[in-house]
Design a protein around this ligand. Structure first.
Ligand code: THU
Length: 159
């Protein structure tokens, strides 16, 4: 068995399709307002829902470090709270560095991949994941499942 992940690589933000480029701009704006006084790694995420709404989020840290929450989950959970029956079409993720510019795509952490997968499974529709730094290449995965092979999901629980 061979498990392969397909990632589309764009050489820069300007090569992206308009929708993805616009979503990334919203994520970048959100990153500016991240509350990240401890890591100083400001992440922004923008979720595009199938009804056209765009919901953004950024990382929210805490003096009790493990309480902090990633940008992706802030955006995703808010989207699900406001529009529980609306499928998620895309999410764009980017970050702003503290001491130097981020020149490679920022991928979602493992926990966020699992959180994203939940909504992909819930709605039975792939969620496209757009990953970018402040400049440089941009990656697009067609689905969260591509970023999380051999994943655990609710079908294991119905035994
Ligand atoms: N972070 C995110 O917001 N998303 C990710 O996918 C990676 C990490 C945040 C968590 C923490 O506030 C900071 O970046 C450093 O790990």
């Amino acid at each position: 068995m061979l498990i392969q992940t397909e990632i589309k690589v764009f050489s820069s933000r300007t090569d992206l399709p308009v929708k993805e480029g616009d979503l990334l701009d919203v994520a970048h704006e959100a990153a500016k307002h991240a509350y990240a006084p401890y890591s100083r790694f400001k992440v922004g995420a923008a979720v595009l829902l199938e009804n056209g709404h765009i919901i953004s989020g950024n990382n929210q840290e805490n003096a009790v470090y493990p309480l902090g929450t990633c940008a992706e989950r802030v955006a995703l959970f808010y989207a699900s709270a406001q529009f529980p029956e609306t499928p998620v079409a895309k999410i764009a993720i980017t970050a702003i560095g503290h001491e130097s510019e981020i020149t490679r795509p920022v991928p979602p952490c493992g926990s966020c991949r699992q959180a994203l997968l939940e909504y992909e499974v819930k709605f039975g529709e792939p969620i496209e994941v757009v990953m970018a730094g402040e400049r440089g290449e941009v990656y697009i995965a067609k689905s969260v499942a591509d970023l999380l092979p051999l994943s655990f999901s609710n079908d294991f629980l119905s035994v």
